[in-house]
Design a protein around this ligand. Structure first.
Ligand code: CTP
Ligand code: ZN
Length: 156
């Protein structure tokens, strides 16, 4: 058996649910964060980090058992994992393969780093960011953030 098959066995197949594949190596925990998955409920999650990818490189992979991500949830991933592939698995087969599309707006996912922003002051407002070519802009204070968007993910 080849090395590559061994790697596949290391992260076993799921029966029903969602496989987020081809995540940039090291980003899997951010993917879980942006999806609000923290292992607190009963969901069965498998995370593979730095597993071998076909092209002599490494990738992360996340498998969510028993839950099909909506297109809206998938699109939020474009902020941190634009090249990820979303596989909807039904009865062990890949039933659908989706690409991540860039949404125009993301609500309630990121927190604004501007300490003077109304969203940073315990007001009952939901964060709202416009998604730009190379960053995001807070709808409330208009601050544009281009670097390290994963660090803005609201830890809740
Ligand atoms: N997968 C899984 N459980 C299943 C079926 C598939 O965990 N019951 C995973 C595979 O291990 C793989 C991903 O879902 O990581 C996509 O499966 P598949 O389309 O069969 O693999 P590839 O053709 O290699 O996908 P791609 O072309 O997107 O790389
Ligand atoms: Zn703001």
């Amino acid at each position: 058996m080849t090395m590559s098959n061994d790697e596949h066995l290391r992260v076993s197949k799921i029966k029903d649910g969602t496989v987020i594949d081809h995540i940039r190596a090291g980003q899997a925990l951010k993917v879980l964060g942006i999806l609000g998955i923290d292992g607190a409920n009963d969901e069965q999650i498998t995370v593979g980090m730095n597993v071998s990818s076909d092209r002599h490189s490494r990738k992360d992979i996340v498998k969510i058992e028993g839950r099909e991500l909506s297109q809206e949830e998938v699109d939020v991933l474009s902020l941190i994992a634009p090249n990820a592939t979303i596989n909807i698995v039904r009865n062990y087969e890949v039933a659908e393969k989706r690409r991540v599309d860039r949404p125009d707006v993301v609500e309630g996912v990121l927190s604004c780093p501007n300490p003077n922003c109304i969203t940073a002051n315990n007001e009952p407002v939901t964060s709202k960011f416009d998604v730009l070519e190379d960053g995001t802009r807070c709808r409330y204070c208009e601050q544009i953030i281009s670097d390290d968007i994963p660090s803005l993910i609201d830890p809740e």
